[in-house]
Design a protein around this ligand. Sequence first.
Ligand code: GLN
Length: 475
Amino acid sequence: MKVYDRLSDLHVDLLSGTFSAMDWVNHHIAAIEAQNKELNAFVEIFYQEARDRATVLDQKIKFGKPGKLAGLVVGIKDNICYKGMGLSAGSRMLENFQSLFSATVVERLLAEDAIIIGRLNCDEFAMGSSNETSFYGPVRNPIDTTKVPGGSSGGSAAAVAAGLCQVALGSDTGGSIRQPASFTGTFGLKPTYGRVSRHGLIAFASSFDQIGPIARSTEDLAVVMEVIAGDDQFDATASTQEVPAYSAKLKEENNQGYRIAVLRDTVENDGVDKEIREHMLAKISELRQAGHQVDLVDFPYFDYLVPIYYLIATAEASSNLARFDGVHFGYRSPKGTDLESIYKHSRAEGFGSEVKRRIILGTFVLSSGYYDAYYGSAQKARNFITKKMRDILDEYDFMLTPTSPGTAFSIGIERDNPVQMYLEDIFTVMANISGMPSISVPTGIHTNGLPYGIQFTGKYFGELDLLRISQQVKS
Ligand code: GLN
């Protein structure tokens, strides 16, 4: 069977009866079974559910009105709830847990006849940049299986890149959709904070977390976004702002000249791979030739971004993860003899070392003697950085950077060096710190054979313009 990068192309064949939804689902199941041993992208295949839905969809295709996402095979990150299915956030802590309800995004996908094929491996509780902190082991990058696929939505990106599903949902707290998209040559969109409901997403750092799609085309990002975005009574931070008809609008001719601010460090700092810097320069001239205004803009705050992010994210994580104590939720150690020892053993055995490191750091920065010095200062710095970013976007439509300072690295090499790993997030965290939408577009192939992306960060609720510019620059 063909690989379709765009839902509209799939619909030409599926809706005309060239093959059935059941064939289509079985084709994906076979592909996953064949490749997952090596890639380790799927934690679980939803055999029964996917086939049941294919049966219903085949009836609708014959006799009824199939939904907008009819037959779109979607994988969901293992931190998004789907009622009755397993859900573990890549952690031993939730090894046998089953979702009690479905996330709003899942309800919305199903209502439009998408087929959710399984759940995708990720870093434990979405903490990581390489998918190596998962209890289920690392995911391999399908482009080169000695490399990581990025993280934390590494299974999502790997599955899309390998054609095991057409679209995947990931979550992005500090880059977890965009960096794996960059490492696997796919498109990844982190929406504006509040654009997509977080109801049913296992919380990591609630003021940063957003769910978003990874796909092989901007068209598929657009159509999925218009289904999953929008107000939700179950998430008070979900925006009531109307959801644009992204996919219809994306099809309209658009010759708008955009104003683009390239943040200077990204082309001048030798912490960024040389070829990627050269690629940025080449893109700048292409964009200028295409009629866009492109300026190099100073943003001398890069050194602060990763510390601000890790202070706030760990503080929020320490509070969000308090519920996993073997009593309220999660794994309970058989060694516990009283309440305190149940907590201690369960958390010591249930969490992996990266999660523990972050809980300890987060608890420390929130503790009374240090709150002002660390957490309080980070919040002030967050406001300051957000203001600087808003100032730039008063004059420009987008900020442009590489998505990541390098290409996918080898499995194992950064695993024991958390600070080096945290620095991977230098370009992605700013969109989460400010809440702005941001997209990674695959535009380059390195001489090492690996893909990489460039990243546009736009104005609040400016997803449509991000999709438009991505459509223009994709390679
Ligand atoms: N790599 C970042 C971290 O480890 C981002 C993770 C994410 O976006 N979920 O925190």
